[in-house]
Every structure is written in C-alpha cells, then in structure tokens.
Design a protein around this ligand. Structure first.
Ligand code: MN
Length: 263
C-alpha cells in the first residue's frame, strides 16, 4: 500500500500496459436526444446548443469561450437515482451528493451485438446473463454492467433512434433482469449505447421503463449513449464516469473513460 500503489498505476499508464479508452460521444447540436411523447404536454429535453461568447474578436480579443445549453440527459450521460420517482427518497441520490466511490469502479461488458442486429427490440434476459457468467464468471458486486450492441455506430443517422409510427425500436432489458442485477449482483448500475438505459419500446413493458423504474428504485445509476464498448474486454476494465456536480441534479453529460489492461 502507500505511494507504491499509485506509482504502479501511473507507470502502467505511461508504458501503455493500461490503455485509456474514451467511451464518450462528441456533443454537438446533432447529438440525438430521447424523444418523449408530446400528447400530454410533457416537457422537452433541450438538445445541445452552443453559442460563442467571443473567439479572439471584438467581443473578446484574446479569448475564446462559449455558452452551452442542453438537458441533463444529453449525449453520453450519467443518470442519478433521483432521476426517477422510485429513487427520489434515497439519501445522497443526486449528482452533487452521490458518493464519489461510485464514479471509479470495475465494468463488465456483455456482448449482444448479434441479438440487437437480428432484433432491434431485443430484451436482455437473466438467462442471457447467466450464460455470459458461465464463460466469464459471476458479475462482481459494485460493477457497472455495460450492454454492448455496437448501436453507437448508428449515432449519426436515423437508425440510432429507429423511430416508427409506434415509437422507437432499440434494445434494452427484460424487467426481471434489472431486479436480478440490482438485487442479486449488487451492481452500481448499467450502461448502454442507446439514447437511454431502457428499450425503445419500454413504455409498453411492466413496469414501464423497467430499467429506470427499478435501477433507480434500488438506488442505482445509469449511463447512456456510450461508445467504443467494442474496445473493452468482457471483464477487467475500470470505468471513470462522473456527472457534473449540479446541485440536486438528476444527471449530466459526462466524460466516460475506461482503463483497460493490455496483458
Ligand atoms: Mn438519462
């Protein structure tokens, strides 16, 4: 223990024995935002926008800076338990109060690329996870579970939200899987490549939006719109994923990085 512990980490980073993978999409005005039904007069999440204050010009001859505007749940972002009504009464459930030890934890990556390709409404089952565990070992308590679909490859086109007349068609979780991960595996939360942590058709599931409902109802977190999960091993990576420290915030865009051992 002591200083040697971090010396080894820094040395491994410098020599490339540990690689840093960026799991974050670029924020720009075209970044897809979760579409919500408008028939009830529900609120709208602002897309990302940027307004230049000055760029070495008459507004500020030697400095460049911007004003930003967006919903908390825009681009690669962090969902705090307070995001859902089921998580509203936990202590330290918001972006400014969450214990920081949740922000640096191991991650496992479950590959469902083929299933998502074959069926955009694919829902990951407990059985699917148990099969993964039979190959890679039981999901360790306190891990992120990352759902690899390669869906992030679609982010610049309409196939990302995959909207039809009955709404979005993107993969997600069977409701029972969420209970299993939260209660029997004690995960920190789940991360996905799609625009939100639930399936596109999750409003029709029971309960509706099961990942939001039950993950946040178990005081767990979420990560959405991740990318580059194809560069991570099934186990052994460590995620650094922290939301902005917004007072009483429900989530925020985040820069999500993975430390990946190269041996
Ligand atoms: Mn969100």
């Amino acid at each position: 223990m002591g200083s040697k512990t971090l010396e080894k980490l820094v040395s491994d980073l410098v020599t490339g024995r540990i690689r840093i993978v960026d799991l974050t999409v670029t924020l720009d005005p075209s970044t897809p935002v979760l579409p919500l039904p408008t028939e009830f007069g529900w609120g709208v999440s602002w897309p990302f926008s940027v307004e230049t204050i000055s760029r070495y010009d008459e507004k500020g001859p030697a400095w460049y800076w911007n004003n930003l505007k967006c919903g908390e749940h825009t681009g690669t972002h962090f969902d705090a338990p307070i995001h859902w009504v089921t998580g509203k009464d936990f202590e330290n459930n918001a972006t400014d109060t969450l214990p920081v030890d949740r922000f640096v934890v191991p991650a496992v990556v479950i590959d469902a690329v083929a299933e998502a390709e074959a069926d955009p409404d694919f829902l990951m089952s407990i059985e699917f996870i148990r099969k993964w565990e039979s190959e890679h070992g039981e999901i360790a308590e306190g891990s992120w579970v990352l759902y690899r679909t390669d869906w992030s490859d679609k982010i610049s086109n309409e196939n990302y939200l995959n909207m039809a007349s009955d709404g979005s068609h993107t993969p997600g979780w069977d409701p029972s899987t969420i209970t299993f991960l939260a209660e029997e595996r004690g995960v920190v939360g789940v991360g996905v490549e799609t625009v939100g942590t639930d399936a596109g058709q999750a409003s029709a599931l029971e309960p509706n939006f099961p990942c939001h409902n039950m993950m946040h109802g178990a005081n767990k977190c979420g990560l959405a719109s991740l990318c580059n999960l194809d560069q991570l091993p099934p186990t052994g990576a460590v995620l650094i994923a922290a939301p902005l420290k917004i007072k009483d915030g429900s989530g925020s865009p985040a820069r999500v990085l993975a430390l990946v051992p190269q041996d």
